[in-house]
Design a protein around this ligand. Structure first.
Ligand SMILES: C[C@H](O)[C@H](O)[C@H]1CNC2=NC(N)=NC(=O)C2=N1
Length: 99
């Protein structure tokens, strides 16, 4: 399968703007974005992870994430491209749409 290329650095800020607005932050030398999602309880957090996981599988693009009770911390990057690609932006947008 063809993997998307890393988004050129001079285009990154413009493309990330809508995600920065919802709480994503750029990290790791501009190679990853992270956001912490907070829910009412563990069931809310697990429901989010379960729904997001279906998109991760469908798009063959998987988050790095951790869960502590009602909190889910997500880090998105494309390992194959060693940086951010459109797949990360798409998954981030989808996660935003789930909350
Ligand atoms: C073989 C398989 O398509 C690859 O390993 C996929 C799976 N999921 C992935 N997820 C992420 N976040 N980055 C990748 O490079 C990646 N590669």
């Amino acid at each position: 399968m063809t993997r998307p290329a890393r988004i050129p650095d001079d285009q990154l800020d413009a493309q990330l703007n809508p995600l920065i607005a919802t709480g994503w932050t750029l990290e790791d030398s501009r190679k990853a974005i992270t956001r912490t999602f907070r829910f009412d309880d563990f069931v809310g957090a697990m429901g989010f992870m379960t729904r997001a996981a279906l998109y991760a599988e469908k798009w063959d693009h998987h988050p790095e994430w951790s869960n502590v009770y009602s909190k889910v911390t997500v880090r998105l990057t494309t390992h194959d491209a060693d940086g951010l690609t459109e797949l990360d932006l798409r998954l981030a947008q989808q996660m935003d749409a789930l909350v």
